[in-house]
Design a protein around this ligand. Structure first.
Ligand code: PRP
Ligand code: MG
Length: 212
């Protein structure tokens, strides 16, 4: 039997809520957490547990049919992918922040300066829009430490509660994007699997309505 392949974050802030919403739409998965793949018992669906940053490429290549993923990751790595449903959880911002003592008030004020980020494409889009240049320093995590160790004048990273900024003596000066978890599909989705995605969407909408 054909199964819909859906990617879910393996670990990290989206994982638990992603599994929870699948459960709420009536999909039960036998889940040994160290399995990288699991089948649903009552729906033709397989879940692939993948690293966040890898998911857009798997969607593009049609290795998976759909994914529950942060919109921010899609914007960074998968601009041409389809968002078919907004899921309302894992809300966060992608923001520019600087040391509390900095005089910079927005991205423009960081022209010619060093910005540390894990979101270079996103930052570049905004730099282009503003018609300015800055030196991007790409790091994969713990970005907020960069200004303190003299590596950057500002950062661009995810802000959720704001506590990481606070703990590192930084202040948010400009929000580049607002993000939440979304259901995205592959451009190579077959019409058969499109139908299965439609069924998922139908169930998701009723659960999301109930949450409001
Ligand atoms: C993420 C993100 C921010 C922080 C935002 O980091 O990169 O640093 O969470 O959340 P907050 O506003 O609630 O503090 P994470 O802890 O996932 O680690 P990483 O940066 O090393 O990936
Ligand atoms: Mg971080």
């Amino acid at each position: 039997m054909r199964k819909l392949k859906i990617a879910v974050q393996k670990s990290g802030r989206l994982h638990d809520d992603s599994m929870k919403i699948l459960k709420e739409i009536g999909i039960s998965i036998d889940n040994g957490k160290d399995q990288l793949k699991a089948s649903a018992r009552n729906f033709p669906l397989e879940v692939f547990y993948l690293r966040n940053g890898d998911i857009p490429q798997y969607l593009k290549d049609g290795v998976v049919d759909a994914a529950i993923i942060g919109e921010n990751v899609l914007i960074e790595k998968g601009n041409d992918l389809n968002i078919v449903e907004r899921l309302g959880f894992s809300k966060c911002k992608v923001s520019i922040a600087v040391p509390k003592s900095s005089k910079a008030k927005n991205l423009k004020d960081l022209a010619g300066k060093r910005i540390a980020t894990s979101y270079p494409n996103t930052v570049n889009q905004f730099l282009q829009r503003e018609g300015i240049e800055a030196n991007l320093h790409i790091i994969n995590g713990s970005v907020e430490i960069a200004p303190n160790i003299g590596l950057a004048d500002g950062i661009c990273d995810i802000v959720s509660s704001g506590s990481t900024l606070f703990k590192n003596g930084l202040k948010e000066i400009q929000v580049l994007l607002n993000s939440e978890a979304v259901l995205a599909t592959s451009p190579l989705l077959s019409s058969e699997n499109q139908e299965l995605v439609g069924k998922l969407q139908f169930r998701l909408r009723s659960v999301l309505k109930g949450r409001q």
